[in-house]
Design a protein around this ligand. Structure first.
Ligand code: NAG
Ligand code: NAG
Ligand code: NAG
Ligand code: NAG
Ligand code: NAG
Length: 432
């Protein structure tokens, strides 16, 4: 963005001195605007954390007079969940819901409990000020984004994220309508603010296609029904051509890179330059290569001015077995901090270890790029209590699919991801 204040226009020489009247009418408002502007810079320009509590919030709470001192390295990814009141931002009637995650409508037990926790980022305030406020004002955000477009690309966990975002914004523009152009899988247009938010489904980010067994090259025919050919160097068509359409892009991949989506009878086979890669890559090696190629493509094709985010892996909470082995997440409270490693540290070989494994590869691939990591993993690791579990809105769904300890109930945890994303967007736009 432009920074109009960088070079203030030189004062215009004037032949006549200003009359007192002109002084009052012109100068005073200018001085006032200048003061407001300085206060604004002070508040939002410098400190990422303060941005976590966006403008409308701060003004409403009259915080501008007590600006706390913040450390430079404030990080919303670290912190703790505390009991607090978190008014629901939307209800089961939001038109952007996906049925299986509409926990209010599906009668999920404990929805109040799920939404009674507030994420308090590790305090970056050196002198304890008033307790931090969370959330943001959707109307103020939409105004700040007027005329802009925000795109999400990735798997169903990014869809989960975008539904939370759409429903939150819907509360500020009831005339929002569904929007599915440009190959979007789902999206919304907010006419009062001319803002578009959409999701492009591309579960592996690269293009992949089913190849029946006849297409197999010699040798590996035996038990394989066929395979999925992944072209590591070809981005999926669902998003390849929208790179300059959006002003903000949020990527993710991760949940399909495992044997439950691609078991050995129907594996992934990685291709580069149109040829199978030799030696064949394991699924995680394939992910590493796809991440590198995707990041390279984003660097080449997405305009510099576009804000780019990569969302870190969303953790799963299957307890006592995998999703197809009666794995369960009927918890009433978040996990305690000292239990997190037992669940997630890859060294413990638990069912949910892949979140941190995938994150490691993401972190590596993003190094040296202008893509910001949106690190929501740690805060989400606590929330074993917040998945749809057995309340899936369909009879027999649990029998067939097992519990859903992967996606999140809405309203719920992704609303906090939205808080962090919004704070980051406002911060980055403010910084230019
Ligand atoms: C995300 O944040 C957590 C908590 O601060 C940290 O432990 C983890 O290493 C971060 N992950 C990545 C990929 O940066
Ligand atoms: C759901 O929220 C919308 C928008 O805020 C409101 O108009 C509607 O009455 C609410 N519905 C229910 C059932 O509470
Ligand atoms: C994307 O655009 C290019 C150039 O216009 C075109 O060749 C390509 O087929 C398009 N790809 C998809 C998936 O639409
Ligand atoms: C991916 O990129 C990272 C960082 O540039 C590099 O360390 C790694 O070797 C690359 N991996 C592959 C498989 O290309
Ligand atoms: C899951 O639970 C059902 C019913 O209790 C049982 O019949 C089945 O054997 C269990 N499956 C596994 C893999 O433990």
């Amino acid at each position: 963005m432009e920074r109009p204040w960088r070079k203030p226009p030189p004062p215009r020489p004037s032949a006549r001195p200003f009359s007192p009247c002109v002084l009052t009418v012109v100068l005073l408002p200018l001085v006032f605007l200048g003061m407001v502007f300085l206060a604004h810079l002070q508040l939002y320009g410098r400190y990422p954390l303060l941005n976590f509590f966006p403008p409308a919030m701060q003004q409403r709470h009259g915080k501008s007079s007590t600006v706390p001192h913040l450390r430079r390295d404030c990080e919303p990814s670290r912190g703790q969940w505390a009991r607090g009141r978190r008014p629901l931002r939307y209800n089961g009637s939001c038109p952007f819901h996906r049925n299986a995650w509409n926990c209010l409508r599906n009668g999920r037990e404990g929805m109040e409990g799920i939404n009674s926790w507030v994420w308090i980022p590790e305090t970056c305030v050196s002198e304890a000020a008033s307790p931090p406020k969370v959330g943001f004002d959707p109307a103020a955000f939409l105004s700040a984004m007027r005329g802009r477009r925000i795109g999400f690309v990735g798997d169903s966990l990014n869809e989960n994220f975008v539904v939370s975002f759409l429903c939150t914004l819907w509360s500020a523009d009831g005339d929002a309508r569904k929007w599915k152009k440009k190959g979007a899988w789902k999206g919304g247009y907010f006419p009062h603010f001319d803002v578009t938010v959409a999701y492009h489904r591309a579960v592996l980010l690269s293009r992949y296609r089913w190849q029946p067994a006849e297409g197999l090259t010699s040798g590996s025919k035996s038990e394989v029904k066929g395979f999925y050919r992944v072209d590591v160097d070809v981005p999926a068509g669902d998003w390849a051509n929208v790179t300059s359409f959006y002003d903000v892009l949020v990527f993710n991949t991760g949940h399909w890179w495992g044997p439950d989506k691609f078991p050995k009878e129907t594996p992934l086979v990685f291709y580069k330059d149109g040829e199978p890669m030799v030696p064949p890559l394991s699924i995680l090696e394939g992910l590493e290569v796809v991440l590198n190629h995707t990041v390279g493509y984003i660097g080449r094709e997405v305009p510099r001015r576009t804000l780019k985010f990569w969302r870190s892996q969303s953790p799963r909470h299957f307890y006592g077995g995998e999703w197809n082995q009666n794995g369960s997440c009927l918890f009433k409270k978040p996990i305690k901090e000292d239990q997190l490693d037992a669940w997630f540290d890859p060294r413990n070989r638990g069912v949910n270890k892949e979140a941190r494994e995938v994150n490691h590869l993401i972190q590596q691939a993003l190094q040296g790029t202008d893509i910001h990591l949106l690190n929501i993993t740690y805060l989400s690791e606590f929330r074993a209590d917040a998945h749809p579990a057995i309340w899936l809105g369909k009879r027999d769904a649990v029998k067939i699919w097992g519990q859903d300890c992967l996606h999140w109930c809405l309203p719920g945890v992704p609303d906090t991801w939205v808080d962090i994303l919004v704070a980051q967007i406002l911060h980055d736009l403010g910084e230019g």
